[in-house]
Write a protein that binds this ligand. Sequence first.
Ligand code: KIV
Ligand code: ZN
Length: 521
Amino acid sequence: MTDKPQDRVLIFDTTLRDGEQSPGATMTHGEKLEIAQLLDEMGVDIIEAGFPIASEGDFAAVSEIARQSQNAVICGLARAQLPDIDRCWEAVKHARRPRIHTFIGTSPLHRAIPNLTQDEMAERIHETVSRARNLCDNVQWSPMDATRTELDYLYRVVEIAIKAGATTINIPDTVGYTAPRESADLIAKLIENVPGADEIIFATHCHNDLGMATANSLAAVEAGARQIECTINGLGERAGNTALEEVVMAMKVRNDIMPFQTGVDSTKIMNISRRVATVSGFAVQYNKAIVGKNAFAHESGIHQDGMLKNAETFEIMRPEDVGLTETNIVMGKHSGRAALRSKLENLGYELGDNQLKDVFVRFKELADRKKEIYDEDLIALMRTATDPEADRIKLKSMHVTCGTDGPNEARMTLIVDGQELSTEQSGDGPVDASFKCIKALVEHSARLQLYQVAAVTEGTDAQATVSVRMEEEGRIVTGQSADTDTVVASARAYIHALNRLLVRRKKGGTDQREVSYKVVS
Ligand code: KIV
Ligand code: ZN
């Protein structure tokens, strides 16, 4: 059964399930394990690790995360079908504290899809929640699209789920349709009108289609919900989910009006935000609340006069509270390997000796070209340096000719599976010419879906980070790289994505889940 804290709000992170479901955000097995470990270390209460029946990969990731978990409850998702629930249990049962999360769409639009009457659906809910509860003491049930479900029917099905043994009832705003007052009203009405409501925890799960996910989640908490479902950086399909960093910091900074506690160590926020941005390939927008590059006034260079006199003039929280240490010149070409290791450890990267050796070589190359190396430079360097998948194709050398009068040409040598291959191509600009070289040397039919460049720090010698997203026969991969030369960074990012594609091709399958469960109305 649940212990029901009064002013403690449980943080349920679904970066690895709802977040990873976002097209292009697919993470590798190793990346999922790493993110789960960081979530556990930062004090997240429940980690939704995946959807075990969706694919063999999801099953393996959820099982492994369950085995490695230390404190957090490990949860898997299951549709309202007995084989889904059994499979979910097989994956989560290895956790110290397992949870099964089962759901069904209850709104008229969602009921129409399995073509069930209200009574038939009620029967299905009873059957599946009972099965989950027979397997596991900790069961969460969600009426998907709850915010567009008839209120009377919602009362009825929530009561059935509670009677069948659900210990948490999650109320999803699946399409990001609700607004704060309505979100609060719904939770208050459920608590007041559903028999057994005082025995369980109500959760809120909001999507950000109208930009109200954080406000809706906090309003639900004020009305009595005691679990917020969220993702790091607000990652998720369409406009994403409620951002973990936003709700945690809102309750911390405005504890005077929202007197709720979480178990999250907020100083770990920046580190995990960066890792999720890197592994998902979804960069954080500069002005994103809490974790954006410009989120702290002094960083953006404005209001400096007021800031110098008193930091509180424009700051409602301190950068250190979210783990942002002041940008400082960290190293240069004379820094040694031990100093690099210690600096990387401070930034949250634990490296083995071989990894450190590789990173050190790249660090030295960078230091030859860039006098001052900042934290951000090292983080950018780590984006590809530690990816074990990125090794079948390597860039040996490249030269480009470009300018106003053309021609735009690239010469490139790659090492592909140990073999040296060279070509020359022309294109519409140096990046296009370089990408054509890669295409000529490594046959593939992947289409470039996204190409994004950002400067890591200020100055003309700043590194550029490049992210690319590619798609081939339903497989979506992302690649990143950073370099003081934008064209070289672009070529490396493309090669990084291609390396990942080769791994996916070998494993077979596509990113289209073998079973689908997201219904767009
Ligand atoms: O948004 C949603 O309804 C979901 C459910 C599966 C809980 O993610
Ligand atoms: Zn969702």
